[in-house]
Design a protein around this ligand. Structure first.
Ligand code: FEO
Length: 420
């Protein structure tokens, strides 16, 4: 099966793509190969994914239509993008017949949101998932009938297409699984290998600007999937011997040119390996902690380190801080004391890093206090509990840093840089 042959054409006054006559009311229906279509949606109106993570470039919910003697859908879309989704299924069903199976790789509502309406229109659809999927179907939607439970490595034949299921729990929920189509060698991987960012003009890795998506894929990984790194490692191990020609995840580009590249990136991030570079996260109410941060950054820069990303924690969203902390080997924390404790946004940042389970990084600490102090203790505890190597000197200034304090910050910057 070829994946480079979905170019459109005009014959007898009709526009076709992948052998199917196009209807412009369903123009976001994209042929992938013969009888295999992307029918997902591009959401450019939701501001926050999971009501937490910003979506400045939107997000795609990828769903797929496989037509054979039996017709199958793979996953669905979020409920507020359903209208066009249903139109696309109706359009394809007129040519290929009604849907027999709905394969649910993942029950999070950004992918299961259309199940209820699908069943109300086409009650014959048989939902395929594992035992954990069945629990969520009942608990989220009250669905208890017409469900086919599959076991790990079980197969379903659609005719020529053969679907094999691989249970990959906790990437990202307990029921998550992957579906491998053995003839076209397609891996429907669920959230794994996905990313933020609505698809713009293209869908495939070779027809979009991957540099544009790269940061959004890492941000998605670090914000949403990274906590489950060890499960991602188990999943990658489980699929390592599959011959994969195309990766069709639930978010972001479909990888047909370089499917191994996205596996390799996810492997790198889920092993929690880092690139050389420093992320600097500072909070400063009156500029004194910022002075110390600036001196430390000059020290880092003096060692010819150029990958330095500076975030004002009062203004940058946590999402981006986590992304950079995941990416780079070294983090510099610069925090004043507030209410005899860590500056509140910094406390939230280290709390989220702990929850995401990021280990084995290198860190430095600078900070200020007015009378009692208290900011540094939680940062020391964070280092110890999460196996982050703390580089000396830790510098804490009373009220405003002295020249000697700033010299020590500069020295800390140089010491951090020497770890790269
Ligand atoms: Fe895209 Fe875990 O949902």
């Amino acid at each position: 099966m070829k994946y480079k042959d979905n170019k459109g054409g005009i014959s007898n006054g009709e526009i076709s793509e992948g052998g199917i006559k196009m209807s412009f009311s369903v123009s976001s229906l994209i042929p992938i190969s013969e009888n295999f279509f992307w029918i997902g949606s591009n959401d450019r109106t939701t501001d926050l994914f999971e009501a937490i993570w910003p979506l400045p470039h939107g997000i795609s919910y990828n769903s797929y239509f496989l037509a054979d003697q039996k017709v199958a859908l793979i996953d669905t879309v979020k409920d507020d993008t359903i209208d066009q989704y249903i139109e696309k299924i109706k359009h394809l069903s007129r040519k290929f017949g009604q849907v027999d199976y709905l394969i649910i790789n993942h029950m999070e509502p950004d992918h299961s949101g259309a199940i209820t309406i699908l069943r109300s229109i086409w009650p014959q659809i048989r939902i395929v998932g594992n035992a954990r999927t069945a629990g969520f179907l009942k608990e989220f939607y009250g669905i208890t009938e017409n469900i086919q439970i599959v076991q790990d490595t079980e197969e379903i034949s659609l005719g020529k297409f053969r679907l094999k299921f691989f249970l990959t729990p906790m990437v990202h929920w307990p029921e998550t699984m992957m579906t491998y189509e053995a003839v076209g060698k397609v891996l429907f991987s669920g959230d794994v290998f996905g990313g933020f960012g609505a698809m713009e003009a293209g869908l495939f890795d070779d027809e979009v600007d991957l540099a544009y998506y790269e940061g959004e894929i890492l941000r998605y990984f670090s914000n949403v999937i990274g906590k489950y790194s060890s499960s991602v490692q188990r999943a990658i191990e489980k699929i390592k011997d599959l011959d994969i020609r195309l990766i069709a995840s639930t978010h972001g580009p479909v990888w047909r040119s370089k499917p191994r590249e996205i596996i390799s990136r996810y492997n790198h991030w889920s092993r929690q390996e880092a690139e050389n570079g420093v992320v600097v996260v500072y909070g400063s109410m009156y500029g004194n902690t910022k002075k110390m941060m600036d001196a430390a950054v000059r020290g880092i820069n003096s060692q010819k380190i150029r990958n330095i990303r500076i975030h004002d924690i009062s203004r940058a969203h946590l999402s981006y801080l986590i992304q950079d902390a995941w990416k780079y080997k070294v983090t510099l924390f610069a925090s004043p004391t507030y209410d005899a404790h860590l500056f509140p946004p910094m406390a939230q940042f280290i709390n989220m890093l702990e929850r995401k389970g990021l280990k084995n990084r290198i860190m430095g600490i600078v900070g200020t206090y007015g009378w009692s102090g208290g900011a540094l203790k939680p940062l020391h505890e964070f280092a110890e509990e999460n196996n982050w190597e703390l580089v000396e000197p830790v510098v804490e200034a009373k009220c405003s840093p002295t020249e000697e304090d700033l010299q020590r910050c500069y020295q800390l910057g140089q010491n951090l840089a020497r770890h790269l």
